[in-house]
Design a protein around this ligand. Structure first.
Ligand SMILES: C[S@@+](CC[C@H](N)C(=O)[O-])C[C@H]1O[C@@H](n2cnc3c(N)ncnc32)[C@H](O)[C@@H]1O
Length: 255
């Protein structure tokens, strides 16, 4: 978590609660990030799907999955469909909660391309109608990551959240811990992080980030999880300036 001294000074003492999360422009964010499928997201989905199908039987019986900080992204929730009766999305921003509820009712056609990536994997072929499966399984609730109950969920995803909700490194650590502790011991998870990001704009609004690298992510995840795999996902076409790739970690929650 190394940052230039001037950047550290300007953002010191600026926390999650200091940002207008309800003003997060979900449609802008989705259009910028997800309306066409990127090579790095494709690589992430393939690795996440492979990891989950290795660790879980494709039966949904009574399993509950958690996606925290879902934003305007459906692909983490989709990754849990073959394995969960309930896919529970916990998101703090009211605008994102509205967007998620509308998309879950009947998601837009561009998400079909995302499902096609999962569908190449055997466990996902058991889901014949993913649109209907998501509508039935997914429940969205407005909640802060810092308020998640402990030991509730059987599997979990957290994509670009813990490092992208604050400028404060301790708050980043706390967010990762809250995610890990929300999972039952042994529950498999996938978590993605923007490497070296110092913040990002959504439409005209600036949101924060803590600049992390693979070692930082591994260190804080290891407090609550056994990290099985962690790697930088490469792309020739970065999403925007000001970050150093995407870090993907998979593993299981510790007892
Ligand atoms: C960079 S976005 C990532 C969104 C999405 N997961 C994705 O993969 O694109 C960060 C998300 O964290 C959410 N967030 C910010 N503070 C939060 C908090 N305290 N608890 C839960 N989510 C929060 C934001 O509303 C936003 O949806």
């Amino acid at each position: 978590m190394r940052q230039p001294a001037a950047a550290v000074k300007a953002t010191q003492g600026v926390y999650n609660a200091d940002f207008d999360w309800d003003g997060f422009n979900s449609d802008w964010y989705c259009a910028h990030n997800y309306v066409s499928l990127r090579d790095d997201d494709t690589a992430i989905m393939t690795r996440v799907g492979e990891f989950f199908q290795q660790h879980l039987k494709p039966s949904t019986a009574q399993r509950r999955g958690l996606d925290v900080g879902s934003g305007a992204n459906l692909y983490p929730a989709m990754s849990m469909l073959p394995f969960c009766e309930g896919v529970e999305l916990r998101e703090f921003s009211r605008s994102n909660v509205r967007w998620l509820n509308a998309q879950i009712e009947r998601y837009d056609a561009y998400w079909d391309e995302f499902w096609d990536v999962y569908r190449a994997l055997p466990a996902y072929q058991n889901v014949s109608n993913p649109r209907e499966a998501l509508r039935k399984a997914a429940k969205v609730e407005r909640m802060s990551i810092f308020e998640l109950p402990e030991r509730e969920w059987d599997m979990g995803t957290m994509f670009f959240v813990a490092e992208s909700l604050t400028y404060d490194p301790r708050e980043f650590w706390r967010a990762v811990e809250c995610f890990g502790r929300a999972l039952k011991p042994g529950a498999p998870f996938a978590a993605a992080f923007m490497a070296d990001s110092r913040g990002y704009k959504v439409d005209k609004t600036q949101f924060p980030a803590v600049a992390v690298d693979i070692t930082d992510v591994k260190d804080c995840l290891s407090v609550v999880c056994e990290v099985i795999d962690i790697d930088l996902v490469e792309t020739k076409k970065p999403l925007r300036r000001g970050y150093g790739g995407m870090i993907l970690a998979t593993g299981v929650a510790l007892s």
